[in-house]
Design a protein around this ligand. Structure first.
Ligand code: TMP
Ligand code: ZN
Length: 395
């Protein structure tokens, strides 16, 4: 069901230092109903490569296990729609034109549909989760229902040739074999192809104490130094870097064949990770455990808001059960009436917040805080309060 990481996926080094250990955890998106057997628990350890500074998980869970029952949908939140607008304009102005697009990990086709509406054409997606590629195909978005690798790239090249734009949003952290992936991207690039790579930035994860970004699907934690190393190997270069606020701090890398005048790099050390680990264990988790314990003792009711993968990490790391967290609301219908992985806490529709009116809602979708707090005005006007988990802030 899983394999151990033997060498760094960016540089091949075997000098890997353990820097963060979360014990065993369920798969963060393995939402199941009561009667379904779940996919089990797996070790969750972060190792740091001393050679290139890529932080990565010690185990690789078999992708067919991880993605066979996959409930993550590209969010149609206002926050993400605004991001797609910025991105579409940015791609167009940097390239000075629109053109053909390949999206790797195209999910249900949301971004491709958006780009097509902005005259990017033709479009093609690659999406291994069959439930999602089916949704995309049924709504008219050309999609290859496969994992993206050298084999898939060869088939795409034979069919479509090279692409003007290649987009890999939030996929590098999910891909076990970076060499194969970058080589596959390189095969599909002409001299002017603009490759856009986006991922949560390890530096933001560390700074924001976002340990809930660490789960089995996120096998690597993106930073510039290791990325340069692997891209350069295949004659690809980071030409610009943009930081976005989405998902708690994300970087967008604009990549192409031309080497930049000045390089883009960073330096994250094992020491940074060890300090992060220390703060999470000694302060972040214990503070939330105490807060929930105290509120429950006072007779307050608590629910979760947003059954994100992050909620699975929080709930399992804090050891909460349905005694303390009554339910978690989520907008994704396929998660309803299922349980938060590893627990018997039910996921319910968003209407439950006002129907049940719990005293507190832990905002597990903290990355959409502004939008959610605005949307749920009535909850707060009715006496409800939100808890922001990393800071224990009560709003
Ligand atoms: P994400 O942070 O990985 O995009 O996941 C966010 C989860 O939160 C997703 O399951 C949808 C859910 N969600 C809500 O329940 N309500 C909301 O208003 C928003 C924006 C997201
Ligand atoms: Zn390395």
């Amino acid at each position: 069901m899983y394999t151990l990481l033997k060498k760094c996926r960016a540089c091949g080094s075997r000098t890997l230092t353990p820097v963060f250990n979360v014990g065993v955890q369920p798969l963060a998106n393995d939402f199941r109903s009561d009667s379904d057997p779940h996919s089990g628990f797996y070790p969750l350890n972060v190792l740091f490569c001393e050679e290139c500074s890529l932080a990565q998980l010690s185990v690789i869970v078999d992708p067919s296990v991880m993605y066979s029952n996959y409930h993550y949908l590209t969010s149609n939140s206002k926050t993400m729609e605004a991001h797609f607008h910025v991105l579409a304009n940015d791609l167009k102005s940097r390239a000075g034109r629109v053109g053909s697009v390949l999206e790797i990990g195209s999910n249900d086709g949301t971004l491709l549909r958006f780009l097509n509406g902005k005259n990017f054409s033709p479009i093609m997606g690659v999406e291994p989760a069959t439930n999602l590629s089916r949704v995309a195909l049924n709504s008219g978005i050309p999609t290859t229902p496969e994992f993206f690798n050298l084999k898939t790239a060869t088939a795409l090249r034979a069919m479509d040739g090279e692409y003007d734009f290649i987009i890999a949003r939030h996929v590098f952290c999910h891909i076990p074999d970076w060499m194969d992936c970058v080589e596959a991207i390189s095969q599909l690039c002409h001299d002017d192809t603009l490759v856009y790579i986006e991922a949560p930035y390890a530096r933001s994860t560390l700074k924001g104490l976002e340990f809930d970004q660490i789960y089995h699907e996120h096998m690597s934690f993106m930073s510039l130094r290791p990325m340069n190393r692997i891209l350069n190997r295949f004659n690809l270069y980071i030409q610009d870097v943009v930081e976005y606020g989405i998902h708690g701090g994300t970087i967008g890398l604009f990549v192409g064949r031309k080497p930049p005048v000045a390089g883009f790099t960073d330096s994250i050390t094992a020491k940074d990770w060890l300090a992060f680990s220390d703060t999470i264990r000694s302060s972040v988790i214990p503070s939330m455990v105490s807060l929930v314990y105290d509120l429950t003792k006072e007779g307050k009711t608590i629910c979760g808001y947003g059954a994100s993968a992050k909620s699975t990490v929080w709930i399992n790391s804090c050891g909460w059960t349905d005694k303390s967290i009554k339910f978690v609301t989520d907008t994704t219908p396929s998660k309803w009436d299922k349980m938060i992985p590893g627990t018997s806490i039910p996921v319910v529709d968003p209407g439950a917040l006002m129907r049940e009116l719990p005293s507190y809602a832990i905002l597990f979708s903290w990355n959409y805080a502004k939008e959610i707090i605005e949307k749920e005005k009535l909850f707060r006007e009715s006496g409800g309060k939100f808890i922001i988990p990393h800071t224990c802030e009560i709003i």
